[in-house]
Write a protein of this length. Structure first.
Length: 339
């Protein structure tokens, strides 16, 4: 299948990388950057003019990893940190001080990274923090936004509405004015025994009533109905979203994570992960992701920043409660406990 999506900029992640090269580089604080794959990405991003990295972690380990890939680092681009917790805290401080415009997760656990971000005043007021994978699947004619596959474990209806709105706004930021969002379940009919179908039906109606804005939303849709026009046609589904979804809102973190990694490892896809709902762009990829996935994440972060994530950053004392965004607290949804 040939990628001929409109706009062309959303056909592949490489299109977004090329688009990101057209502006000023963003300053990115990289938390625990002592990993060859991370450093390869940062060297390429710096060479393309997409990002200016600030490397946080054990300096000796960073220098050693850089030497292994033949990169002679500027010592002034490094900040010493003895632990992942300290490195994450320094990253937040750099953003708050205006010395960085974005954050990137390096070689550390997601929960350690998010704990620092969520507890230090980086959230946008009234927003839920959520994760979006922008997935470039070779046989699909457009980018797929899969959400949430890394932050919200078991979101309820209110949380799903906020997660979906975040994904819609991300698609707007990278150039798609009216994305099509499929709310995924196991089947395409409402079944009271399957809670995700009830949530999907509610979200569809909420979008029609203006409670979710900026996208065509439909569900419940099974995965095949969402991405295959043939499957939707065979099942008699009449929907403006079925078969050509831009966004897949998954029922929970497990299904989202399994889908994203299945697309990567079995369908040859590349997935760029970013976090929404914070005052700065945040690149959050798997520690096993290849450099091209991380590079695309940095490109998306640059496009997000240029599109308008330049909000005043509150001080650490102004951090909002984890109960502020949804009746279901984020402590029940997000893997933020430090282990």
């Amino acid at each position: 299948m040939t990628k001929t999506a409109t706009p062309v900029a959303l056909a592949t992640l490489d299109d977004l990388v090329q688009q990101a090269r057209g502006g000023d580089p963003i300053r990115v604080a990289v938390v625990n950057s002592a990993q060859a794959a991370v450093l390869e990405t940062l060297r390429e991003a710096a060479g393309m003019g997409i990002a200016e990295p600030v490397l946080i972690g054990r300096a000796a380990e960073i220098v050693g990893a850089a030497a292994a890939i033949g990169w002679d680092l500027d010592p002034q681009a490094m900040i010493e940190a003895d632990s992942d917790v300290e490195a994450a805290g320094i990253g937040v401080e750099l953003v708050q001080a205006g010395r960085a415009e974005a954050l990137m997760k390096g070689h550390l656990h997601t929960d350690t990274f998010l704990h620092a971000l969520l507890g230090n005043g980086l959230r946008q007021s009234g927003r839920r923090v959520s994760h979006v994978f922008l997935v470039d699947v070779p046989d699909y004619p457009r980018l797929l936004a899969v959400t949430d596959a890394a932050v919200n474990i078991a979101p309820d209806l209110d949380a799903k509405a906020l997660i979906l709105q975040n994904a819609i706004e991300l698609m707007h930021m990278i150039g798609l004015e009216q994305p099509r969002a499929a709310v995924i379940s196991a089947v395409e009919t409402v079944n009271p025994a399957i809670v995700s179908t009830l949530d999907a039906a509610c979200l569809t109606l909420m979008a029609r009533r203006g409670q979710i804005a900026g996208a065509e939303v439909d569900g419940p849709l099974a995965f095949d109905n969402a991405i295959s026009e043939r499957a939707a046609r065979e099942k008699g589904i009449d929907s403006p979203v079925a078969g050509k979804a831009d966004i897949l809102l998954m029922p929970d973190l497990v299904s989202g994570n399994v889908l994203a990694k299945n697309l990567e490892y079995h369908a040859g896809a590349t997935a760029a992960g970013v976090v929404m709902g914070l005052t700065v762009p945040v690149v959050l990829s798997s520690r096993a992701d290849p450099p091209e996935a991380r590079l695309a994440g940095l490109a998306v972060a640059a496009l997000m920043y240029r599109a308008g994530i330049r909000l005043p950053v509150p001080s650490p004392g102004e951090a909002e409660s984890t109960f502020c965004c949804s009746p279901q607290p984020e402590s029940a949804c997000c893997p933020t406990e430090v282990r």
